[in-house]
Design a binder for this molecule. Sequence first.
Ligand SMILES: NC(=O)c1ccc[n+]([C@@H]2O[C@H](COP(=O)([O-])OP(=O)(O)OC[C@H]3O[C@@H](n4cnc5c(N)ncnc54)[C@H](O)[C@@H]3O)[C@@H](O)[C@H]2O)c1
Length: 346
Amino acid sequence: MTLPEHIRISESPGADLKDFLNKNSYSAVALLTDNHTALHCYPVIRHALPQHIHVTIPAGEVHKTLDTCAEVWKYLTEARLDRRSVLIVLGGGMPGDLGGFCAATFKRGIDFILVPTTLLAMADASIGGKLGIDFMSYKNQIGLFCQPALTLLSAAFLSTLPEAELRSGYAEILKHALISEPAWWDELTARPWKQHNWQIQIEKSALLKWRVVSEDPHEVGIRKILNAGHTLGHAIESWFLACNRPVLHGEAVAAGLAAESIIARDEGLLSSHLSRQIIRYITDVFGKLHWNSHDTASIVQLCFQDKKNTGKKIRAALLKEIGQTMWDYEVSPERITAALEEYRQL
Ligand SMILES: NC(=O)c1ccc[n+]([C@@H]2O[C@H](COP(=O)([O-])OP(=O)(O)OC[C@H]3O[C@@H](n4cnc5c(N)ncnc54)[C@H](O)[C@@H]3O)[C@@H](O)[C@H]2O)c1
């Protein structure tokens, strides 16, 4: 399987954007950035863009809100964009989710182009058509599925990305390797993580994600394997956020992958050897997240709020082997408590 026509690997994103815009007679071009990508990434493509309007939103997850959408819609309205306009979103997963959502709902939907600028967005968030915003402090509470007209994947933007953000995106690549094939996992673990060829890893990740989401676009079955590490990862992320000690999404996912590998081992799915290998590699690269024993129960409670649960049961995607994942696997709170405690005491 190859990437579909609308997802392209790009060595010169400016030229490729120009080419796409020339071939599509849009009535107007709008560009959305956050304040960091306006500074670091806009100069990479600016020369290649035709006349356009530029709207900048504040960076950071706290701005992935309806208020920010209102600002964007206001700007597009005042600039008199019609239904044949296009919105280019230049940024990480936050502007990508929000900008795509704004475009997909503006005048019942205009075309949008995603140009992801973080490793996380290139390897994961920009593929699959999930768009949305946070609402009443629930992540991605409002949104829809809609595919962009074009996604341009270029590692060229990574040179300005802070290392912690790069490593956060790496967690999703690790997850993709774990759920797809041992050879990829071996390749990743065989060399220092910072020395990977990101363009190659992005392409592999995008292909894996596309393969899975095109088989199950609305996440009723196999797409749930992409949630590996995320049931505990989201709970850990939410707990740290609630304590005013926010951690990056990928740091929480990495801890989630390690702790879920303990659950998979305890359920008799994953061998002790593989579980140990996963934990060792993840803690080498990401270090460990720290909380006190009496806080473990709060993290377990947060697992009940996961969108993937049905009824009052906690469900996770657990590895059986590298490349084999069981989704919708029911996990008891006791198993989660034991796994979080074992991780905590590593
Ligand atoms: N739609 C999906 O399928 C999907 C999947 C995973 C995550 N997400 C969403 O993605 C978001 C997280 O994405 P993210 O980690 O990319 O966060 P982000 O977009 O907030 O970017 C992280 C930080 O890096 C900065 N930045 C971005 N590119 C830069 C560059 N090239 N140089 C310097 N700084 C740069 C940003 O301004 C921001 O401060 C979350 O909102 C999450 O819900 C969506």
